[in-house]
Ligand binder design. Structure first.
Ligand code: 6LW
Length: 534
């Protein structure tokens, strides 16, 4: 079995892994993107496919108004008492920790919920609210039949550690009711930023796995153990069990936030979060991804890596490039696509109002935190092209529709059709300026004829270019400007703001007049070019 990391390419952070019989499942975070939570499936730990997106209706998740990079953080997937259990956080506010360097009060709102299902691809239950004391909740099912909810404790007080340790409280899994007091069981190591707890019991030891060091280059997977669930926990004598903080040469950076799984043969594997910064810009345009690492329990009951870490073993192409051509012929949105925040997609698009087309209704402006008609899929490779064909007849400058490379409400490059004051149709790019210089700018207008028009973007690491053509057999006409794709990355940001997602590519339509003018898209191609092996 050749494992080629990352096993889940592109924006797939905070993995939680579970095995049921011969089936492995990994749940990853989706933030402000709807539906919420991605669950991939594998039978061999090497080959994975998207199996479910469990949070798919208003009673489970409504993220309208959620800030960028909030929404669904670090879900936890487990299986116990004959059911799948999913615990997730809906982050409603991300107060900045420091303002101009001064450590202020950092108010944040995290709501933790529990849903369950008998089948991974079944209908998941409505949520039960558990607590709101911090993020990264996880369930631990003890061998005495009791279950415990763990999460990191958020301490907003200026003179305290924001990351106030790991708390545990018993949960009644028949009702979701919390039992007894919450107790801090582990305050973390000097690395700090203690989060992402998962608990395992083995040979009479409680083994606590946490993420520390922060989710950037100092990230680490840290373990500690105790004879009692409530501690005291003794940290691993070797320090972090996996980290790239001292390995600037490693192919996989930002490694942390892990979870363990055991194979039927008794091997132990660690699924963990990583990032692959582009060499030139040192920026992660694919966000944080999921990798996996074989581990080994020593005779001293401590866990250690069982193979070289952080490299990308296996032949190039072990995870073949994606070549997806979606013709929008069916009534349902292809599973690779998502939209932002709202549980009311029928307000944004229709796949039935015009047969063979995805119809987007012009709603709020691109970057709105409420109702923007933008449907997109993750960028999962450094080299790809995407293409669509759109029919759109704008009447004035407040109406726009087209092809977009999107990171968040302030970071995107949007090639769109609109109209001038005389109603003549034109193409422009609404594009983010280099971070810190302000928001966005408009490229020079290019007047185009009426009728369907094909739009194309080609991305090669940091370089992005847009093209268009009116007839299928015409040559592509490329815009003179090139655009900086690395601006659509976790690292390109003003300080103190959350940038936890990766880049997306898709289609969008806005009508600032409130008229809801629609745009019809006939297909969407997303085609990756193979990555040269390292
Ligand atoms: C997640 C936390 C983290 O909840 O980032 O890298 C947060 N680790 O554990 C958002 O992904």
């Amino acid at each position: 079995m050749t494992i080629r990391n990352p096993i889940l390419r592109g924006f797939n952070p905070d993995p939680s892994i579970v095995r049921v019989g011969g089936d492995y499942y990994i749940a990853t975070s989706t933030f402000e993107w709807f539906p919420g939570v991605q669950i991939h499936h594998s039978r061999d730990l090497a080959n994975w496919s998207l199996a479910a997106r469990p949070l798919c209706r208003a009673s489970q998740l409504d993220m309208r108004g959620n800030p960028d990079s909030c929404g669904v953080w670090a879900s936890d997937l487990s299986h116990a008492h004959g059911r799948f259990h999913l615990i997730y956080t809906d982050v409603k506010r991300y107060g900045r920790t420091t303002v101009d360097g001064a450590k202020g009060v950092s108010l944040r709102d995290f709501h933790n919920y529990w849903v369950w299902s008998d089948r991974i691809d079944g209908e998941w239950s409505d949520p039960v609210h558990l607590n709101s004391s911090g993020f990264d909740p996880a369930l631990f099912h003890d061998d005495d039949g009791r279950s415990w909810l763990l999460n990191m404790l958020w301490d907003h007080r200026p003179d305290r550690k924001r990351f106030g340790g790991i708390v545990a409280q018993e949960i009644d899994l028949t009702t979701g009711r919390m039992i007894g007091e919450r107790r801090v069981i582990f305050e973390g190591t000097p690395l700090g930023f203690t989060e992402g707890p998962h608990l395992y019991k083995r040979n009479g030891w409680y083994h606590l796995l946490v993420a520390e060091g922060g989710t950037e280059r100092g990230h680490a997977v840290v373990m500690a153990r105790a004879r009692s669930l409530f501690g005291p926990y003794e940290a691993h004598p070797d320090g972090p069990v996996l980290t790239a903080r001292d390995r600037p040469d490693a192919a996989l950076q930002r490694t942390g936030h892990g979870d363990l799984v055991e194979t039927p043969e008794g091997e132990t594997w660690l699924a963990y979060l990583c990032g692959r910064p582009l060499p030139a810009s040192d920026r992660c345009v694919l966000g944080r991804e999921t990798a996996i690492q074989p581990m080994l329990w020593g005779g001293d009951d401590w866990l250690r890596p069982a193979a070289p870490q952080l490299e990308v073993p296996g032949p190039a192409g072990a995870t073949p490039p994606i070549e997806a051509r979606d013709a929008f012929t069916g009534p349902d949105l292809p599973m690779a696509f998502q939209w932002l925040r709202t549980p009311r997609p029928e307000r944004l698009f229709s796949l039935t109002e015009r047969a063979g087309h995805l119809r987007l209704y012009g709603r709020e402006t691109i970057g709105s935190l409420f109702e923007q008609a933008l449907v997109a899929r993750r960028q999962q490779a450094f080299r790809y092209h995407a293409e669509t064909s759109v029919e759109f007849v704008p009447e004035h400058f407040q109406q726009a529709a087209g092809l977009v490379c999107y990171y968040n409400s302030t970071k995107f490059h949007f090639l769109h059709l609109t109209a001038d004051d005389a109603g003549r149709r034109l193409l422009q790019v609404l594009s983010v300026l280099p971070i810190g210089e302000g928001a966005t700018t408009l490229s020079a207008p290019i007047y185009v004829d009426d009728g369907p028009i094909a739009l194309r973007v080609e991305v090669d690491h940091e370089a992005m270019r847009f093209g268009f053509r009116s007839a299928a057999d015409a040559a592509w006409q490329w815009l003179g400007e090139t655009f900086d794709a690395s601006l659509l990355s976790d690292e390109a940001t003003l300080p103190g703001l959350p940038n936890f997602t990766g880049g997306f590519v898709g289609i969008a339509c806005q009508d600032m007049s409130g008229g809801g003018l629609a745009a019809d898209f006939r297909y969407f191609d997303y085609v990756e070019q193979d990555e040269p092996s390292r």
